[in-house]
Write a protein that binds this ligand. Structure first.
Ligand SMILES: CSC[C@H]1O[C@H](OP(=O)(O)O)[C@H](O)[C@@H]1O
Length: 337
């Protein structure tokens, strides 16, 4: 199916000797680009969520290695620095491991650029394929709810969960899209709505706290989300708030779909308990748009991911196919190597 009319924003753009990143902290108010010329600048951009989204941070980190190689920096140090930028999304480590293998095989900067480009191109192809696989699970005229941003801004393009939504809308299977605002960073309100409006896809923003009420109304038949790390038993780490969506979905008979490329699957992590959950600065919770909204002296706890157990997931969609009712045995069969 021709998806070219859909949002083709490309948040990560390689420019032969620097990496252009669309600063996602400023969207939708302002479209400003940041030019990164060193691995250290890419590391900081990932840490500061200039670029964010599990696949996108892996792609950006791969280009960070290319920058280090072009400038003759010690590549081992660059790999360690980039790897430490954020702890939860395994795509970061997966991409850097791919670059490390090429370095060990003697790849020069040009060859490393080829590897980074391959990582980026493979992600886009996977997203297009997953979009069709996931959309095929959805009955015509369904309503869906999504969380955070899993679109072109979070990937090489088209998106994971948002790619399924794009394919589902294009094929008439999805009638109404709801997007959760995704406090505190508001990836849903600021980024997913930005992408869907640009696509001309009708979508309604809801407060995170309205999700269970929406499911109770019968307006949605699927919750469709992305992932940052899928463990060997199917437990899935994703944006904070995903776990409670899965609980409410199961209670209300709403199906729950996780959409992620195989670069998000981590067979070395046995289950969700072993996934490191990123804790970010409390000021992200105590302020909105840079303005403090909570009384001085107040404290906050700001985990930005949580883990949904496999038993609450009806389908995991990767480019290798659809896994229904995921468990350790089927994960091993598909991803065991
Ligand atoms: C396809 S993006 C996957 C995943 O990454 C996002 O996290 P963040 O915005 O903090 O980088 C979110 O958890 C998405 O679901």
């Amino acid at each position: 199916m021709d998806y070219d009319r859909y949002d083709r924003v490309r948040a990560v753009q390689w420019q032969s000797d620097h990496l252009r990143l669309l600063d996602q902290r400023l969207l939708p108010r302002e479209e400003r680009w940041m030019d990164c010329r060193t691995a250290a600048e890419v590391t900081q951009a990932i840490r500061d969520l200039v670029v964010r989204g599990a696949p996108a941070i892996g792609i950006a980190a791969a280009w960070g290695v290319v920058l280090a190689a072009q400038q003759g920096e010690p590549l081992d140090a660059a790999l360690v620095m980039l790897r430490a930028a954020r702890p939860t999304a395994v795509n970061l480590m997966w991409a850097l491991d791919r670059m490390k293998k090429r370095i060990a095989a003697g790849a020069d900067a040009a060859m490393l650029a080829g590897e980074a480009q391959a990582i980026q191109d493979e992600d886009l192809a996977a997203n297009r394929h997953m979009g069709e696989l996931g959309a095929a699970l959805i009955a015509p005229g369904s309503g869906v709810l999504t969380h955070c941003n899993t679109g072109s801004l979070a990937t090489a393009g088209f998106g994971t969960a948002l790619g399924v939504i794009r394919a589902g809308v294009a094929s008439g299977r999805i009638g109404q899209v709801y997007a959760g605002e995704t406090r505190p960073w508001q990836q849903g309100a600021r980024l997913t709505m930005y992408e869907l409006v640009r696509d001309g896809i009708s979508a309604r923003l809801i407060a995170d706290s309205a999700a269970a009420h929406l499911m109770k109304s019968g307006a949605v038949q699927w919750v469709i989300v992305g992932a940052d790390r899928i463990a060997a038993n199917g437990d899935t780490a994703n944006k904070i708030g995903t776990y409670q969506l899965a609980i409410a979905a199961r209670h209300h008979g709403v199906k729950f779909m996780v959409v992620a490329p195989s670069s998000t699957v981590d067979m070395a992590t046995p289950d969700g308990e072993a996934i490191e959950i990123e804790l970010r600065d409390a000021t992200e919770l105590l302020s909105t748009g840079g303005q403090r909204t909570v009384v001085e002296g107040a404290e906050a706890w700001n985990p930005v991911f949580d883990v949904t157990p496999a038993e609450l997931i009806d389908a995991i969609v990767t480019e290798r196919g659809v896994i229904e009712r995921p468990n350790a045995a089927v994960m091993q069969a598909v991803f065991g190597g």
